[in-house]
Design a protein around this ligand. Structure first.
Ligand code: NAD
Ligand code: ZN
Length: 379
């Protein structure tokens, strides 16, 4: 089968790899119909991880079931399904508590937790930027879609990662109706956090970025765009909230998306939130801060350290939640919002391409070329 394969830093190619196949009785095999490029793929693409050459990318996947293992009881051949990027078992200590992002069964390293398709440090699972994908524990992981699956393909595919991830940022921040919310980053994840805050009934959603095209997408769903290349974002949030600060903040940038030249403090977004969220407010951090970035210019970032203004965070009595999103916790409910036309996450899709165009798309998305917000691949 054809697949998008890692060749080394800043280098992907579409090559032939062995077909994905059923390996265990609980597996299902999916013919991938849509698979996205994600900001998280850039950690591997830019060569910051242990991702091995020859591995296939792709953790935001949906498709049609073409084969099921002998132990699969619920999912049927022909079902249209979307797959959470977290590969989880459903029965370990963490999954039982809904923490499918930290599954202990699917992660082979006993000192770690959590697995994903096409990812470094998250198990050796094949990615979905390919024609076929093996889905472990298919009954548990594959979320079945209704009759409208094909019509709303670009909406439903966002259930694999970024819509639940944006939603998780608002959950960890504690967003409830009437809250004012500031979001760092108008990338796909930040835009999904803005959509989620809006769905939850936020009174005011403010999105901070410096790309006019991405800020315009935030404005399309009624958010206030704050361009931090023009204004001080902390002051802008205080001005919007009568000097009090926002009730909630979401970090949707992470380490790698800060100035690639290394001229920006990797703690900039977290400190912006600590200083613009009110006393006793909440912050949810879904942006990835990699454990270590040996290639970083910043001395602390090299060691995986980020110099946050903890004194202010402590003094203000803020809470902060961090980490990967447990996609399964939210994806049914978010699916039903899409089905009911109450959420349309596809508004951020900028490019729909074939597998063969992937290398060019990675280059453009990585350099955040104007207009390249979200790429969906149709294998
Ligand atoms: P992206 O790189 O496309 O978007 C990041 C945005 O942040 C860009 O638009 C950039 O201009 C902006 N930015 C950079 N510095 C900024 C600053 N100082 N202030 C405000 N904005 C700034 O990435 P994405 O796909 O939206 O993903 C964002 C982050 O979320 C990444 O770190 C990604 O790995 C992570 N992520 C986490 C999870 C999870 O489960 N926790 C899931 C998916 C993605
Ligand atoms: Zn992703």
């Amino acid at each position: 089968m054809k697949a998008v394969v890692y060749q080394g830093p800043h280098d992907v190619a579409v090559t032939d790899v062995p077909d994905a196949k059923i390996e265990r009785p609980t597996d299902v095999l999916v013919r991938v119909t849509t698979t996205n490029i994600c900001g998280s793929d850039l950690h591997m693409y830019e060569g910051r991880t242990s991702f091995e050459k020859g591995r296939t990318f792709g953790h935001e996947n949906m498709g049609e079931v073409v084969e099921i293992g002998k132990g699969v009881e619920k999912v049927k051949v022909g079902d249209r399904v979307v797959l959470p990027f977290n590969i989880s078992c459903g029965f370990c200590k963490n999954c039982e508590r809904g923490l499918t992002n930290y599954c202990l069964t699917t992660q082979p390293d006993p000192s770690a937790a959590g697995a994903a398709y096409g990812f470094a440090e998250m198990g050796q699972y094949g990615g979905g930027q390919a024609e076929l994908l093996r889905v472990p524990f298919g009954d548990h992981n594959a979320l079945r879609l209704g009759e409208d699956a094909q019509d709303k393909e670009n909406d439903y595919v966002m259930l694999s990662d970024i819509f639940p991830t944006g939603y998780h940022a608002t959950e960890m921040a504690g967003v409830i109706p009437g809250d004012s919310v500031v979001i760092a980053g108008a990338g796909p994840v930040g835009l999904m956090a803005a959509l989620s805050a809006t769905i939850k009934g936020a009174s005011k959603v403010m999105v901070v970025d410096r790309h006019p095209d991405r800020l315009a997408l935030a404005e399309q769903i009624g958010a206030i765009a704050i361009d931090d290349s023009k204004v001080d974002p902390v002051q802008a949030v205080l001005d919007e909230t009568m000097g009090l600060g926002a009730d909630r903040g979401c970090e949707c940038v992470g380490y790698q998306a800060h100035d690639p030249e290394g001229n920006e403090d990797p703690a900039a977004t977290l400190n912006m939130l600590i200083n613009s969220v009110r006393f006793t407010g909440g912050i949810g951090t879904v942006g990835v801060f990699v454990p270590q970035d040996p290639g970083a210019k910043d001395e602390l970032a090299k060691q995986g350290k980020v110099a946050i203004d903890f004194g202010t965070h402590w003094f203000k009595g803020q809470t902060m939640g961090n980490g990967q999103a447990p996609v399964k916790r939210y994806n049914r409910r978010l699916r039903d919002l899409i089905a009911a036309d109450k959420a349309k996450p596809s508004w951020i899709v900028s490019h729909e391409i074939s597998l063969d165009q992937a290398a060019d798309a990675y280059r453009n998305f990585d350099s955040r070329s104007e207009g390249w917000t979200k790429v969906v691949i149709k294998p």
